[in-house]
Design a protein around this ligand. Structure first.
Ligand SMILES: Cc1ncc(COP(=O)(O)O)c(C=O)c1O
Length: 365
């Protein structure tokens, strides 16, 4: 069996430390707002290159709290890509805002800036860009389009811990520090994953930081302080201590992902398989290829016990529960990614021979 991603193997090196920290939390019984939460927020903001970070209970909530903190008028328009995880859309809807979809690029999983230019209007209040698969969007171009228009830029960096923006230079700033607010998920399978649900929000704005800190803690920073209606969306002490231990290894694991991606890039040579264009700063949360022979590939993978993924089987405008909002909408590239995309195993500790085997199988199609 070639596994898609082996969390146990990746984290074995810190297993004892995690268990010790778990025991410590139980001993201290500081399950909520314990020291590790504050420590993690400090270290994570430093890592991302922002002044502030606020832990919360998921990437979905990070997006929702980010949008809520902006105090936007009900039904103001928020632009987001038609290919992303459902949470990006659901956060917009839950904040009573109006989603406006735009397409992604044909050979890169991030938003098409030409479509962004077309869809921006006076009602646009925010753009949520998604650094899908660990590939940072073309921030330079996006900022050029929205500048002086009073439009907030929110990064959905749920798949991009440590990814860098290459639109200005080759060694750019990290995801989460590129817009007004960055939103992260620490879902277990992410490049930086907790052992349950967890998320974080990054920002350089003290005003937004304070608002988000209150929003995630029932409207106040201190106990029994409720300045407005807030939510219970805190990051647990136990998850924070695990994230602190794992943050130390994030760059190393991202580097291993890049090495695996390079093996795929160099060895998949088949006109039936389209490799995507990723930049140097990509952290390969997923390594996705497109192929019209995708059914044949799936059969071959199943026969050879190779795990794979689909990210995502339906574009945003075709999700069962919300498709009525996007009647008659068509996004060519998002649909093509859904239909023809296959996510190849991207376990940082994969054996080179296994990756080469996958390449050979793909070349045989
Ligand atoms: C692009 C994107 N946005 C948002 C989320 C939501 O994060 P969570 O699962 O932590 O709520 C995810 C996680 O799967 C994601 O991949």
């Amino acid at each position: 069996m070639i596994k898609f991603f082996d969390i146990y193997k990746q984290d074995k090196i810190i297993l004892r430390k995690n268990l010790r920290d778990f025991e410590n939390t139980i001993k201290k019984s500081n399950f909520i707002n314990g020291d590790p939460v504050n420590n993690f927020e400090k270290k994570f903001s430093k890592y991302c290159g922002t002044k502030y970070a606020v832990g919360c209970n998921s990437g979905t909530d990070a997006l929702f709290l980010a949008l809520k903190s902006l105090n936007l008028k009900e039904n103001s328009e928020v632009i987001l890509p038609a290919q992303t995880y459902c949470s990006t859309l659901f956060a917009v809807l839950r904040a009573n805002l109006k989603p406006v979809l735009i397409d992604i690029q044909s050979n890169n999983p991030t938003i098409c800036t030409k479509d962004l230019k077309r869809k921006i209007n006076k009602k646009t209040s925010a753009v949520v860009v998604v650094h899908l698969y660990g590939q940072v969007c073309n921030i330079k171009e996006i900022k050029k389009i929205i500048t002086k228009k009073n439009i907030y830029l929110i990064e959905d960096a749920a798949q991009a811990h440590g990814a860098r923006d290459n639109s200005y230079n080759n060694f750019g700033k990290r995801a989460g520090s590129l817009g007004d607010i960055g939103c992260f998920s620490f879902y277990p399978g992410k490049n930086l994953g907790a052992y349950g649900d967890a998320g974080a929000i990054t920002t350089n704005s003290k005003r937004l930081y304070t608002k988000i800190k209150k929003l995630r803690n029932l409207g106040g920073i201190k106990k029994y302080e409720h300045d407005f209606v807030g939510y219970n969306s805190r990051l647990d002490t136990i998850q924070a201590s695990i994230l602190l231990n794992k943050l130390v290894y994030l760059d190393k694991n991202n580097q291993k992902r890049k090495i695996i991606a390079k093996i795929y890039n160099d060895n998949i040579i088949n006109p039936e398989i389209i490799k995507l264009k990723y930049t140097r700063g990509c952290v390969y949360h997923q390594y996705v290829v497109l192929s019209k022979k995708e059914k044949k590939i799936i059969k071959l993978f199943n026969k050879n016990k190779i795990q794979f993924g689909k990210h995502y089987p339906d574009p945003i405008h075709k999700l069962k529960g919300t498709k009525k909002l996007f009647k008659n909408k068509f996004f060519k590239n998002a649909e093509s990614f859904s239909k023809y995309g296959i996510s190849l195993p991207i376990d940082p500790n994969s054996k080179k021979k296994d990756i080469i085997k996958i390449c050979k199988l793909l070349n045989s199609i």
